[in-house]
Design a protein around this ligand. Structure first.
Ligand SMILES: Nc1nc2c(c(=O)[nH]1)N[C@H]1C(S)=C(S)[C@@H](COP(=O)(O)OP(=O)(O)OC[C@H]3O[C@@H](n4cnc5c(=O)[nH]c(N)nc54)[C@H](O)[C@@H]3O)O[C@H]1N2
Ligand SMILES: Nc1nc2c(c(=O)[nH]1)N[C@H]1C(S)=C(S)[C@@H](COP(=O)(O)OP(=O)(O)OC[C@H]3O[C@@H](n4cnc5c(=O)[nH]c(N)nc54)[C@H](O)[C@@H]3O)O[C@H]1N2
Ligand code: SF4
Ligand SMILES: [Mo]
Length: 723
């Protein structure tokens, strides 16, 4: 080898926490001369031990995506054109405050999407802006997602984020409903490498039972799969509860619990026989399921999106924790446990005030739907824009959200968008939603910003903490600065406020609340440092900086009764706010089961809701937008694999290719959401070439979980015929 051939290429390898989904995997990012040349799992990560999925591996592709926005856009003569940051904020300053002055603050709606939770800047400074804006028209992706769980946890345990998670590494019997963590990588259960952890469960002699209308990848790995009829989980769960009582199998240990007798009485009508025709599961199956749950020792019932986004989402979410409590598995090793995160944990300290949990403190103007944790159901956002009268929504700010693809009756929302007087999107792409905006403000990519997972460590199956510095320099301002400038605009400080002063104010408030010094960093770094120092482990940001692969704070530990903030200080097993909905469920028992087809959703491994389809590595192969149908249904309807079908619901109709598979239950059709990229005015060339169709054209904005207002995205009646 001739020495003259040796060149020193500047190369760095940085451990980062992937912020794309809930699993918080540690990745190792290689940067060579400013280019991301490799992303792989970080073997040294204390939590994920080298696990990675295709999305994490595409962080480099996201960073280098030429379509990604790198400058703000403002609409001039109908066209969105690139402008300077000052011009973009000046345009907002010119239009938003006068609109508020004339029509009031409620005339401005906010929609905060899923990535706003996965982004430390927007998670910390979004709320600063929302609070300053002070509108009742606050919407998030939670009302197409997990809000029923906040509702049930809030009323049972006192706080919306006092949510128990499966103690996955120690459980011996896991009953899983409406979740497919082998594809989704887990949700309301932060656990990198769920597949490995479920295999370990089976290796230690444990059992996995999956309840899902589809034989999902997770169901394939399970010991048992029960193909339930969509939307009937609450019936099944009640039948399990009733069986526990009937066979004297309950044992609440020494847990402080109110309401056991009420639950027993409420469960009475839901015999395994009475629910069987509705759920499609034999009474014997249900009895065995209950017995195994009770006798397993360390067992957990866990439910996710299939159980929350349905018309009985809150009842199902509640009954899951009722079962965990009645079997004695709440708050015990190997059961359903409460995490204790190092920073930001809502219930970190023993409860001093027991205020209880309130919902419905205000209601939506048009459909009279209740507020839950400060937000209104996004299923009614279009009503609020389209219905004339005092308080009509005239302006919209979206932050990391794509409601035109992700929320029900998408066509109607599209129409509503066109009726807005003004719209701002804080978004990294010009896509199906942001194309309606008058101003688009992009943010940095995950590799250009520091990260600490404030929300998801509160739901982790092990207590861990991991800080990620920015790997690459950014061409755009950090989003916390953008959000503080928006805050300036709506508080009368103007579009170019003293950011340092505003940031100091935020830090002062946080430090005071936690009783620590505010320190001398700035932005999210300082807030995280404050929260760590004021948190339960007495860590500092410097400690985490010195541990780039994360800090393991150990397995979950029992936390009851200290963290209960119900007014009684006990677990409320039968809160009235929830049990009022039981009669509606009982009515289902008297209804005949007709043969209508029911639509459900599905997630895809290489997909992330609506927004990662512009990355070539993620739109290859099996990642297709199809309507999956059982062979019997296909034959009956005259449809063959690959044929195009028309699918209709009350809300709308789409044409979609059919995929015939016996993995799906007869009578059920599954279409993934997040597709439908062939729209005018978007700047997503790869996604356009793999457009798919928008499943939420079919989702019916009138089908809601009655208690929480969460959209029923599963169990939607549809008709299908050949196109
Ligand atoms: N039919 C059906 N519909 C569903 C679901 C379903 O199962 N079935 N699931 C629902 C669920 S669980 C969810 S969470 C919602 C998701 O709904 P949304 O949150 O509305 O949609 P996303 O697809 O996550 O879109 C995120 C947006 O944020 C932008 N973005 C991504 N990263 C960043 C960033 O760092 N900064 C900024 N400023 N913008 C960013 C993207 O470009 C995109 O526009 O969809 C829901 N919709
Ligand atoms: N790869 C990938 N990962 C993701 C996402 C993604 O888009 N792609 N999205 C992320 C987000 S925002 C979330 S909220 C999580 C969600 O995480 P999960 O809830 O695990 O998501 P899904 O894979 O949609 O699994 C839902 C399962 O419920 C089943 N189901 C549908 N209806 C019913 C029903 O009525 N009853 C029962 N018992 N089951 C039903 C479906 O067939 C499906 O298998 O995933 C996150 N992770
Ligand atoms: S599983 Fe989630 S956190 Fe892990 S690499 Fe994939 S997207 Fe990132
Ligand atoms: Mo979600």
């Amino acid at each position: 080898m001739s020495p003259s051939c040796v060149m020193v290429i500047p190369m760095t390898q940085t451990p980062v926490t992937c912020p794309l989904c809930e699993a918080t995997c540690g990745l190792s990012v290689t940067v060579t001369e400013g280019q991301v040349t490799r992303v792989r799992g970080d073997d040294a990560d204390v939590f994920s031990h080298g696990y990675i999925c295709p999305k994490g591996a595409s962080l480099g592709a996201l960073h280098h995506d030429p379509d990604r926005l790198r400058a703000p856009l403002v609409r001039r003569d109908g066209e969105l054109v690139e402008v300077s940051w000052d011009e973009a904020f000046a345009e907002i300053e010119r239009r938003l405050p006068p609109l508020i002055a004339e029509h009031g603050r409620d005339a401005v709606a906010v929609y905060a999407g899923n990535p706003s939770v996965h982004n430390t800047s927007t998670a910390l400074y979004g709320p600063v802006f929302y609070k300053a804006l002070n509108t009742r028209n606050f919407y998030t992706a939670s009302t197409v997602d997990q809000l029923p769980k906040h509702f049930s946890a809030g009323h049972m345990f006192g706080h919306a984020l006092t949510i128990p998670v499966p103690d996955l590494d120690r459980v011996d019997h896991l009953l899983m409903l409406g979740a497919n963590p082998l594809v989704s990588n887990g949700s309301l259960m932060t656990a990198p490498d769920v597949r490995g952890r479920l295999r370990a469960l089976r290796d230690r002699g444990g059992k996995l039972v999956v309840v899902d209308p589809k034989r999902s990848r997770t169901a394939e790995l399970a010991d048992e799969h029960h193909a339930i009829r969509p939307g009937t989980d609450a019936l099944l769960l009640f039948a399990l509860v009733r069986t526990l009582f009937a066979e004297d199998l309950t044992d609440t240990r020494d847990l402080p619990v109110n309401g056991v007798d009420e639950v027993r009485a409420l469960a009475e009508p839901f015999t395994p026989e009475a629910v069987a025709v509705h759920t499609g599961l034999d009474a014997d199956v249900v009895r065995t399921m209950a017995r195994e749950l009770a006798s397993a020792g360390r067992a957990v019932v866990y439910g996710r999106i299939g159980t929350t986004t349905q018309t009985f989402g809150t009842l199902a979410s509640w009954l899951i924790d009722v079962l965990n409590t009645l079997t004695g598995n709440l708050d015990r090793e190997g059961g359903a446990m409460f995490p204790l995160a190092a920073a930001g944990q809502a219930n970190a300290r023993a409860a001093k005030k027991r205020r209880g949990f309130q919902t419905g403190r205000w209601r939506s103007r048009v459909r009279d739907l209740p507020e839950v944790i400060g937000e209104l159901p996004v299923a009614t956002l279009a009503d609020e824009i389209l219905t004339p009268g005092d308080g009509r929504v005239r302006a919209l700010v979206t932050v990391c959200g794509n409601p035109c693809l992700s929320t029900p009756n998408a066509r109607r929302l599209e129409k509503a968008m066109a009726r807005l007087d003004f719209m701002v999107s804080v978004d990294v792409y010009l896509n199906e939603t942001s194309r309606h905006a008058d101003v688009v403000l992009p943010g940095p990519t995950p590799l250009e910003r520091p990260h600490y997972d404030l929300t998801l460590y509160q739901l982790a199956i092990r207590n861990v903490a991991n800080w990620t510095p920015a790997v690459l320099p950014t061409e755009v301002p950090q989003e916390w600065e953008t959000l503080l400038r928006l805050t300036g605009i709506v508080t009368g400080l103007g579009s170019d406020p003293d950011l340092k002063a505003l940031d100091d104010l935020v830090a002062d408030q946080t430090a005071e609340r936690l009783g620590v010094e505010k320190g001398d960093r700035h932005g999210p770094e300082r807030l995280i440092d404050i929260m760590l120092r004021g948190g339960p482990y007495d860590l500092t940001l410097a400690d985490l900086e010195a541990a780039p692969h994360g800090v393991d704070l150990g397995p979950l530990e029992p936390r009851l009764p200290e963290i209960l903030t119900t007014t009684s200080g006990r677990v409320e097993l039968a809160p009235e706010a929830i049990t009022v909905d039981v009669p509606r469920l009982a009515e289902v028992l008297d209804r005949p089961v007709n043969g209508e087809l029911l639509l459900i959703g599905r997630r895809q491994l290489s997909s992330n809701n609506s927004w990662m389809h512009n990355l070539a590595p993620l739109v290859r192969g099996s990642n297709r937008c199809t309507a999956q149908l059982h062979p019997d249904d296909a034959t009956r309807l005259g449809l063959v694999d690959g044929a195009t079908a028309v699918v209709r619901s009350r809300a709308g109709e789409i044409e979609v290719p059919v995929e015939v598979t016996d993995a799906i239950r007869p009578g059920v059709v599954s279409i993934p959401h997040g597709w439908g990229h062939d729209v005018a005015g978007a700047r997503t060339s790869v996604a356009r070439a793999h457009a798919g169709v928008n499943a939420n054209v079919l989702a019916d904005e009138t089908l809601l979980d009655a208690l929480s207002g969460t959209a029923a995205l599963n169990g939607i009646p549809v008709q299908i015929e050949p196109a």
